[in-house]
Design a protein around this ligand. Structure first.
Ligand code: NAG
Ligand code: NAG
Ligand code: NAG
Length: 846
């Protein structure tokens, strides 16, 4: 504002100057005055009357006025003395700034007559200001490689004073590297420059701090300082350096991705980016680039892919380290891949046959090669097959093996082998490979069929229906296929050919089932034997044989046949009974036979009807042991058999007696005579003619029976007052069987026996001529008693007996009337059975 005012005033002043130039300038003077700045108010500038040549009083009278261009009153006029004095402290720097000299223009106006005096007041500078730097600190960044003599401009300091009081010189504190040089610029201003005297080295000293002093020209001079901080800038003058040129690392081949192989480090003594080293592969193959990875910052080389010793055993990696300034260094990293036993052995089969005939001699089955891609121990192998098989491995060449049989095999003991070939390497851990070869042993017809039993015993009930399945034979053949397909056939027995075997049995050739072709009759054929043969279909065929014995089982198809007394109405047989007979008198014996066997032939006698009940009873109390067949050469001289005696009660009670006979089938026990005895002494009132009906019944299921009618005539004349009881008679008979009246009886018995023999022959004739004519007549086919067969092998034949005692007109030796062949020794009463020995005359039947 002030400046603008001054400017305006100056324009007006110039205008006034031109206006007044002609009018009054002639008498106007021009004053030059000087005042030093900062002098106290009222400092003397000039004595106007003196300077203008006026009187002092004139100043006041002409209203003398001092007018500055900027209308400020820097000076005032002392009218008393005429001195022009400073009105205030004048500050040159404030009034004029840097302008020098500092002029204040003013007019001195006077009236009566109007006069103008131009004047200028110069405000003289004093050194009242110190140089000052705008920034107390100056930072200079100088790269270390800056050449000597380089100059760096420094900021100037400011000093409000002008002229000599302004800044005259700059200095810097003493140092080795820099000095100050003062330059003038075009405007004549001095400014300091810093001159580099000596090359800097960042690595040596990174920073300097200098004090820049500005000095003005005052007297005394004033100074101002600033700090010049010199930052030495690092220059990439050092390349990175690897401590070693070659790094070596050993890496197991099974190392995982990310595995740290090595960490390289290159040192760079520079700083900042110049020391920022980045690492990279240099001139690396694609394989290396995919397998490895390098961390550009840390220098860590890690696995990026999988190693395989078998394909690459080592890698040579060039690594380069580059700093921010582009300087580089390189080194080599050698990665040795360590073999790990990571490859199982392999087995390569060159040829293989899975089949081998069982009778082949030692034969090669397979040829194979083994290999392991590992090396060293990891690649060494051993090869073996399991133990306990008839195979062996033969090594033919390095790593070539032959699998062969040790010798002939037997398909029947084992037809399939799973051979496990194991290949193991010797690494740690051991790796192994197994290969299983299945060897099938093919069949050769080397086994004959064998029957499940060497002999079969089959049973057929007699009277069977034709084509009855009577049993089966079966043979096995341990071969297979057609070698085991069997055909059955019949063979006659070797020594004793059975004529007509083909009409008796047949065999199903495929199944071995045996069939009876026609109805069998136990009484005609009790057993027969033949052989069966099984033949396989191998080439040549093999066959096996077995013996088959067929037993015909008895059925109760024959009713008992009464031998005595003869049942012939034309000649009724009448027994005589003395009236004086004692109880137990043996009247007669009813003798019957049954063509059946076993139980079916066990006969029991029963008094069915009697005209005088109670007078008679029927006893059957002798078990006759007979031979069933002629004793042969092969029968042991000592035989033992067990006879069971059982009553007919409910439940039956039994006892047993052992005879020394052990050949079953040689003997049979019969009970076939019913003794008719008196139960009490005949009385006076008993009718002289008695009629008894005795029932003979076998023990079959269902039982068959026959009956016989006895006619008894009670007589007086034929008296025997001292007839003994049965027991006494028996004793006597044993002691002296042929004494006394028994001679007579024996004669009668003999005659009776003759009579019976005749009748028997007649009966046989009857049986031949027609059975239908005589119901209940047996149809024996073989010679009696030869057709009596087999006491069953167990020797426990059970016979039931019914005993009744009576007296008879005959003597106890009546036994011999009918069956004189039976010895008395074993006819003891059942209650004193004990082990006895029986001697059989080997020459004939009893
Ligand atoms: C500035 O000062 C230095 C020493 O302080 C002196 O050598 C030099 O001559 C001076 N320069 C001027 C122009 O006075
Ligand atoms: C052999 O191996 C096969 C298949 O694994 C199996 O069915 C067969 O039973 C094996 N034979 C033997 C004798 O182990
Ligand atoms: C029974 O007697 C008659 C004669 O009357 C005779 O023809 C027949 O053969 C005899 N029967 C027996 C079984 O002896």
């Amino acid at each position: 504002m002030e400046a603008r005012g001054l400017h305006f005033l100056r324009q007006r002043q110039v205008l006034l100057l031109f206006l007044l130039w002609d009018v009054s300038w002639a008498d106007a003077g021009f004053g030059h005055y000087v005042v030093t700045e900062e002098t106290e108010r009222g400092s003397f500038v000039v004595n106007l009357p003196k300077d203008l040549g006026l009187g002092v009083e004139e100043l006041a009278a002409r209203r003398t006025r001092v007018v500055f261009d900027d209308n400020k009153q820097y000076l005032f006029l002392d009218f008393h003395t005429g001195d022009l004095l400073t009105n205030e402290k004048l500050d040159r720097e404030k009034l004029c700034g840097p302008a020098e000299p500092c002029m204040l223009y003013f007019q001195i106006l006077m009236d009566n007559p109007f006069q103008i005096y131009q004047a200028e007041l110069r405000v003289r500078d004093i050194n009242d200001h110190s140089p000052a730097f705008q920034d107390k600190e100056v930072i200079l960044k100088i790269p270390e490689n800056t050449a000597e003599g380089a100059v760096f401009r420094l900021p100037r300091a400011q000093d409000s004073d002008a002229g000599l009081n302004g800044i005259q010189n700059y200095t810097i504190n003493l140092n080795f590297f820099f000095h100050i040089k003062i330059n003038d610029n075009d405007e004549g201003m001095v400014y300091p420059v810093l001159v580099l005297d000596k090359a800097l080295d960042w690595e040596d000293q990174q920073e300097f701090s200098l004090t820049l002093t500005a000095i003005d020209g005052g007297s005394p001079p004033r100074t101002g300082t600033a700090t010049v901080r010199i930052v030495v800038l690092d220059i990439n003058d050092n390349a990175p350096q690897f401590p070693q040129e070659l790094y070596e690392a050993q890496v197991p081949e099974n190392s995982p991705v990310g595995f740290l192989i090595v960490k390289i480090f290159a040192e760079d003594v520079d700083t900042g980016v110049n020391a920022e080293v980045s690492y990279s592969f240099f001139d690396a193959s694609e394989d290396i680039r995919t397998t490895f990875e390098i961390n550009s910052l840390s220098g860590a080389i890690t696995l990026n892919g999988l190693l395989d010793y078998e394909s690459v055993k080592s890698y040579k990696i060039n690594v380069q380290a580059v700093d921010g300034g582009g300087l580089s260094a390189s080194c080599t990293v050698v990665v040795q891949v360590l073999d790990i036993n990571d490859n199982s052995p392999e087995l390569i089969i060159s040829s293989l046959s899975n089949y081998i005939a069982e009778n082949s001699p030692a034969t090669e089955l397979a040829v194979f090669r083994i290999r392991d891609r590992d090396s060293g121990e990891n690649g060494k192998m051993i090869c073996y097959i399991q133990k306990n098989v008839p195979f062996l491995l033969k090594r033919s060449m390095e790593n070539f093996y032959i699998l062969m049989t040790e010798g002939e095999l037997d398909r029947e003991s084992r037809d399939e082998y799973n051979l496990t070939i194991t290949v193991t390497d010797l690494g740690t851990p051991r790796l192994k490979t197994q290969h299983t070869i299945t060897v099938l042993v093919s069949d050769v017809n080397d086994n004959a069929p064998t029957f499940t039993q060497s002999s079969y015993t089959l049973s057929v009930p007699e009277n069977n229906s034709p084509a009855l399945h009577i049993g089966s034979v079966s043979a096995t053949d341990s071969d297979s296929g057609t070698n085991a397909q069997l055909t059955y056939s019949l063979l006659p027995p070797p020594h004793d050919p059975l004529p007509g075997l083909a009409s008796l049995v047949s065999i199903n050739a495929d199944t071995g089932q045996l069939f009876a072709l026609r109805a069998l009759d136990y009484e005609a054929l009790r057993a027969f034997e033949f052989r069966v043969r099984a033949t396989d279909r191998g080439a040549p065929p093999l066959s096996g044989q077995a013996r088959v014995r067929v037993r015909v089982l008895d059925a109760n198809d024959n009713a008992p046949f009464v031998l005595h007394p003869l049942q012939n109405a034309s000649a009724p047989c009448t027994e005589l009974l003395p009236r004086a007979a004692q109880p137990g008198y043996l009247l007669t014996k009813v003798v019957a036979v049954d063509a059946d066997a076993g139980q079916n032939a066990w006969l029991s006698f029963q008094l069915l009807q009697a005209s005088e009940p109670g007078l008679f009873s029927v006893w059957a109390h002798s078990g006759e042991v007979r031979t069933a067949r002629p004793p042969g050469e092969r029968d042991a001289p000592r035989q033992r058999l067990l006879v069971l005696v059982r009553d007919n009660g409910q439940p039956p009670l039994s006892a047993s007696v052992t005879l020394q006979a052990s050949e079953p089938g040689l003997f049979s026990v019969w009970a076939h005579s019913g003794e008719v005895r008196t139960a009490r002494p005949p009385g006076e009132r008993d009718a002289p003619r008695q009629r008894l009906l005795v029932l003979v019944r076998d023990n079959g299921q269902p039982p068959l029976s026959a009956s016989v009618t006895l006619h008894v005539l009670l007589v007086d004349g034929f008296s025997q007052p001292h007839l003994p009881g049965p027991e006494a008679a028996a004793e006597r008979a044993q002691a002296d069987p042929l004494t006394g009246p028994l001679v007579v009886a024996l004669a009668s018995v003999s005659s009776l026996f003759l009579c019976w023999l005749l009748l028997f022959v007649a009966l046989r004739l009857c049986g031949r001529s027609g059975r239908a004519a005589l119901p209940g007549c047996p149809a024996p086919e073989g010679p009696f008693p030869g057709q009596l067969l087999d006491v069953s092998g167990a020797g426990t034949l059970a016979h039931s007996y019914q005993y009744e005692v009576c007296l008879t007109g005959g003597t106890e030796t009546n036994d011999f009337k009918f069956l004189k062949s039976v010895t008395g020794k074993h006819q003891k009463a059942g209650n004193d059975l004990e082990e006895n020995s029986m001697f059989v005359n080997a020459s004939g039947y009893n």
